[in-house]
Design a binder for this molecule. Structure first.
Ligand code: GLC
Length: 650
């Protein structure tokens, strides 16, 4: 949009711009800057307009974008242009992701490059390599405490290794997802070190206070993220003689975005990683970006403005790169991280669907879909050009942060139901074979979240130990059922490394003094590639899981209606054990798939007449996943225990 004030400022900035920038051919950069500058200016003005050095900061921001554009490799600029034309590229059903720790999966970046065949064998073509930036030895929150935003953790390799990996992935059409930890740094980062040394400039990069007055005020309304290991939100720093805000662990210092220097540094860092060849950047802990006294310091309006600035600036320099919002918050709040607009994502194109993940686990524990249905009904409709990251398991804990009203609507009492879930997944409930561990137990509220690998949570560990073949079979069925749910729901399915070969809990973290206190390490395994080889040997558990997931991915890629065009209709049926939804083609009425999943341990039936137009089929139905006819008696569809169908007309 053209607007006089911002346009005048842009002209002034361009007149003053350094000759090393102005003499370059930056045609595409300038057209995008012109298109986005009104937005950038108004956001920057909203956040920092009252500062005397506002124009100077705006100049710096534009120069930062320009320098990174100049450094952007030719092939990535070409990819930007391609994706500008094919702007819905990330909504396609062709993408299937996997998240992994480089060290646990393959030792290091070179090893990861050598194992790319594993993804191709399975059909995965988007790989999220979790934090690999330099971080302190010892405690680093799994790399989420970064000590150098522009270097790689020497344990896994070098920047050159990463560039090689990125190139090789591009050659094989595999997308690279990298993390940018935007909310905090490690206490060993250069900025923190300078702050400790008394540098005022860098103390302003963080929230530092000489006494407890302001921290105590904040604490009144701020919840605790890690109540067990890191109670409170501030840490006393002996060197600095100040309290510093540390929302997560005491070694993770929250960045102060009321300072524009921090914002510009972070935009520079985001663009730096875009230029290393990342296709997608996962922005960590975005709900926490802005702190306000008297609030929970989560989901603040300004956090969204910061994300909009990240997006606007990235679109100018590296428009082919999309963002994932890691915001594990209530559905009504999550949806805002796409950016409130009519069509396009103004903040992050992709967001973690933690609601769906937690609801699926509720269905596993209760063996019915009452809360799942209720929760999905309450999931707000999202923008057309934005999508979910659907997952069963990730490197973090599983939290049951459902809305109390939804729980009540299902006839449960909220506190009791949450307690049941915790008991169920920690194996403290009759007939539960789950082997989860509590995480973040809050003695004040009794609340806890759950750690544990997918296989151990669905009872595979128990079943193998007791050599109970029927229980092994059930656990495998559940693993497949849960994957079928993330593959068909709409959005990008994100598998978790180890899950496709049934990796169990790994207790070895207890021997490491830096990991011992954090049960999430129980599900962050080191892959044993000899065991993984079993995936090629028929009859093994690894084979059974791997081959089914492999087939599922291949079939998903063939089903165009599994693309995400907001084309899902939840079909609530009478049978409380069946989760049913339809996926239709936005243009072609005769293309659709009916997804039916049975979460109970008994076979269930569904009267197709109940489904209205979705059940009024003309031709016989076929289950696309198995390529077979489902069992139908008269108009009743029969779904085996823990079974599912992807149904279409023959
Ligand atoms: C995100 C990460 C989590 C980490 C936290 C703090 O939630 O997924 O692993 O502990 O951010 O960086």
């Amino acid at each position: 949009m053209y607007e006089q004030v911002s346009h005048t400022l842009l002209n002034d900035i361009l007149n003053r711009i350094k000759p090393e920038i102005s003499k370059q051919d930056l045609r595409h950069f300038y057209t995008r800057l012109g298109a986005n500058f009104y937005g950038i200016h108004s956001l920057f003005q909203r956040l920092y307009g009252d500062r005397e050095d506002f124009e100077e900061q705006a100049q710096k921001l534009v120069e930062t974008m320009a320098y990174q554009y100049i450094k952007r490799p030719k092939e990535l600029r070409a990819l930007d242009l391609e994706r500008e034309k094919d702007y819905n590229w990330f909504l396609s059903q062709q993408w299937v992701g996997m998240a992994l720790y480089c060290k646990g999966f393959a030792g290091n970046l070179k090893g990861l490059r050598e194992r790319l065949y594993y993804f191709q064998d399975l059909g995965v073509n988007m790989v999220h390599v979790m934090p690999i930036m330099r971080c302190p030895e010892g405690s680093s929150d799994g790399g989420y405490a970064v000590s150098d935003f522009r270097d790689i953790n020497p344990e896994v390799g070098t920047l050159e290794d990463l560039q090689d990996l990125a190139k090789e992935m591009r050659r094989r059409d595999i997308l690279l997802v990298l993390d940018v930890v935007v909310n905090h740094t490690s206490n060993q980062h250069y900025w923190a070190a300078q702050a400790k040394a008394g540098e005022k400039k860098y103390q302003d990069y963080f929230y530092c206070f000489e006494n407890r007055n302001v921290p105590d005020m904040f604490e009144q309304s701020m919840p605790e993220v890690f109540p067990e290991n890191a109670p409170g939100n501030f840490t006393w720093d002996e060197d600095m003689q100040r309290w510093v805000m540390t929302v997560f662990n005491d070694f993770q210092w929250d960045l102060n975005y009321t300072n524009p220097a921090v914002l510009i540094e972070m935009i520079n860092i985001i663009l730096f990683w875009a230029n290393q060849g990342a296709d997608i950047l996962r922005l960590d802990a975005v709900a926490f970006l802005w702190k306000k006294i008297g609030s929970t310091c989560q989901n603040e309006r300004e956090a969204h403005l910061i994300l909009q600035l990240f997006k606007d600036c990235c679109q100018v320099t590296a428009p082919g790169v999309v963002f994932i919002a890691e915001a594990i918050v209530a559905p009504l709040e999550v949806i805002k991280y796409f950016g409130e607009d009519a069509v396009i994502a103004k903040e992050c194109e992709i967001a973690y669907n933690a609601t769906y993940m937690a609801l699926l686990w509720d269905a596993v524990a209760t063996k019915n879909v009452r809360l799942l249905n209720q929760g999905i009904k309450n999931l707000p409709v999202k923008l057309d050009r934005a999508t979910w990251l659907n997952y069963v398991r990730c490197h973090d804990d599983i939290g049951f942060g459902f809305d109390d009203r939804s729980i009540v609507a299902c006839g449960y009492e909220p506190a009791r139901h949450r307690k049941f879930l915790i008991d169920y997944f920690t194996g403290n409930y009759e007939n539960s074979h789950a082997r989860g561990l509590p995480f973040g137990l809050n003695p004040k509220t009794g609340d806890a979240r759950i750690s544990g690998s997918l296989a151990s949570l669905v009872g595979l560990e128990y079943a193998l130990e007791t050599e109970d073949d029927a229980a092994i079979d059930d656990a495998i069925k559940l693993i497949i059922l849960l994957h079928s749910m993330i593959m068909s729901f709409g959005g990008l399915p994100l598998l978790y490394y180890g899950d496709a070969i049934g990796t169990l809990n790994d207790d070895s973290y207890r021997d490491d003094p830096f990991k011992r206190g954090d049960t999430r390490w129980v599900h962050r395994p080191s892959i044993d590639w000899e065991v993984a080889e079993q995936r090629n040997i028929p009859g093994t558990v690894e084979y059974k899981i791997f081959s089914e997931i492999k087939r599922m991915i291949a079939v998903r890629k063939e089903i165009e209606v599994f693309s995400d065009f907001n084309n899902r209709e939840l079909l609530e049926v009478e049978n409380p054990y069946l989760f049913v939804f339809g996926r239709n083609h936005p243009q072609r009425a005769n293309e659709w798939v009916l997804v039916v999943a049975n979460f109970s341990d008994r076979p269930q039936h569904l009267n197709l007449e109940e489904l209205g137009p979705w059940g009024a089929t003309q031709r016989p139905l076929v289950d696309l996943y198995r390529g077979e006819s489902p069992d139908i008696f008269k108009r009743s569809l029969v779904i085996p225990r823990f079974g599912f169908y992807w149904l279409a007309e023959r």
